[in-house]
Design a protein around this ligand. Structure first.
Ligand code: NAD
Length: 264
C-alpha cells in the first residue's frame, strides 16, 4: 500500500468513542498508512479507546489528562522511548462546564474560565512544545477549533473565547516552530454530534440551522474532517502553516439565513 502517511508516526489525543472527531481523523490516517499512538482520558475511556485503536492497528495507548501535566510529560516520554521521534500530533481536546454553555457569556465564573482555557487552549501549547522536541525531522501538528471563536454563537460562550485563544496559539506556535520545519494548523469544523458537542445547549438546533443554511446544505462527517486532516498532516501541505482551515460545508461564508427558511 502506498498511502499519503506511509512511514509516518504520530499521536492522536482526544478519542472518546467512535463518534469523536479524533476517531474520524485516526481512521483516515490509518487508511493512509500512518502508525498511531492514542491517549485516553481516564480508565473508563480506555475500554472504549482500546478496541478502536486495535482496529487502527495500534496497541500504543497512553493515559493522559491535560490538567495533570505529569501525565502529559509521561506521554511524550513514552513516545520518545518507543519510537524515538514522531512526525505528527493531533490535538482534539476541549472541555467546559456545561452549565456555562448556555445563557450569557457574561456569567462565566472565574474558576470555569481558567479551567476551560487550560484544557481547551493552553494544553495545545504544552503538547506542541513537547511534540516538537521529538520531531528532529520536522513535522505537522493539528488542533480542532470552531467558528464560535470569531463570531458569536448562542451558548458557545467561554468555549468561543478559549477557541479564539487556541487559534491565536496556532499562529504563534507556527512562527515559533517554523524554523524547525514543524507546521501548526487548525481545522475549524462545523457541528458534529459528539459527546463534547452535546454539552452545548441547543446543539440540535445549531445542527439543523447550519444544515439549512450552509452552501452544501448539510453538516460534515468525521470522515471528511479526517480527509482534511490527512492533507494537513501529510507532504501535500508542506507550504501551509498557521492556518485555520474551515471544514464546515461552507457555513462560515454565509451572512444571512436563506430567505426561504425565514418565510417558512
Ligand atoms: P469528543 O467528546 O468526542 O472529544 C473530546 C475529547 O476531549 C474527549 O476524548 C475527552 O476525553 C477529551 N478531553 C476533555 N478533557 C480532557 C482532559 N482534561 N484531558 C485529556 N483529554 C480531555 O468531542 P469532539 O467533538 O470530537 O471534540 C474534539 C475537538 O473538536 C474539541 O476540541 C472540540 O472543541 C472540537 N470541535 C468539535 C465540534 C463539534 O461540533 N463536535 C466542532 C468544532 C470543533
Amino acid at each position: 500500500k502506498n498511502g499519503l502517511m506511509q512511514g509516518k508516526r504520530g499521536l492522536v489525543m482526544g478519542v472518546a468513542n467512535d463518534h469523536s472527531i479524533a476517531w474520524g481523523i485516526a481512521k483516515k490516517l490509518h487508511e493512509e498508512g500512518a502508525e498511531l499512538a492514542f491517549t485516553y482520558q481516564g480508565e473508563s475511556l480506555r475500554k472504549r479507546v482500546a478496541p478502536l485503536a486495535a482496529s487502527a492497528g495500534s496497541d500504543f495507548l497512553l493515559p493522559c489528562d491535560v490538567e495533570d501535566l505529569e501525565s502529559v510529560d509521561a506521554v511524550f516520554a513514552a513516545l520518545a522511548e518507543r519510537w524515538g521521534s514522531i512526525d505528527f500530533l493531533v490535538h482534539a481536546v476541549a472541555f467546559s462546564d456545561k452549565n456555562e454553555l448556555k445563557g450569557r457569556y457574561a456569567d462565566t465564573t472565574r474558576e470555569n474560565f481558567a479551567r476551560t482555557m487550560l484544557i481547551s487552549a493552553f494544553s495545545f501549547t504544552e503538547a506542541t512544545k513537547r511534540a516538537a522536541a521529538i520531531m528532529p525531522n520536522g513535522g505537522s501538528i493539528l488542533t480542532l477549533t470552531y467558528g464560535g471563536s470569531t463570531r458569536v454563537m448562542p451558548n458557545y460562550n467561554v468555549m468561543g473565547v478559549a477557541k479564539a485563544a487556541l487559534e491565536a496559539g496556532v499562529r504563534y506556535l507556527a512562527n515559533d516552530f517554523g524554523p524547525a520545519a514543524i507546521r501548526v494548523n487548525a481545522i475549524s469544523a462545523g457541528p458534529v454530534r459528539t459527546l463534547a458537542g452535546a454539552g452545548i445547549s441547543d446543539a440540535r438546533l445549531m445542527f439543523s440551522y447550519q444544515k439549512a443554511n450552509s452552501p452544501l446544505r448539510r453538516t460534515v462527517t468525521i470522515e471528511e474532517i479526517g480527509g482534511t486532516a490527512a492533507y494537513l498532516l501529510s507532504e501535500l501541505s508542506t507550504g501551509v502553516t498557521g492556518e485555520i482551515h474551515y471544514v464546515d460545508s461552507g457555513y462560515n461564508i454565509i451572512s444571512m439565513p436563506r430567505t426561504e427558511t425565514l418565510k417558512a
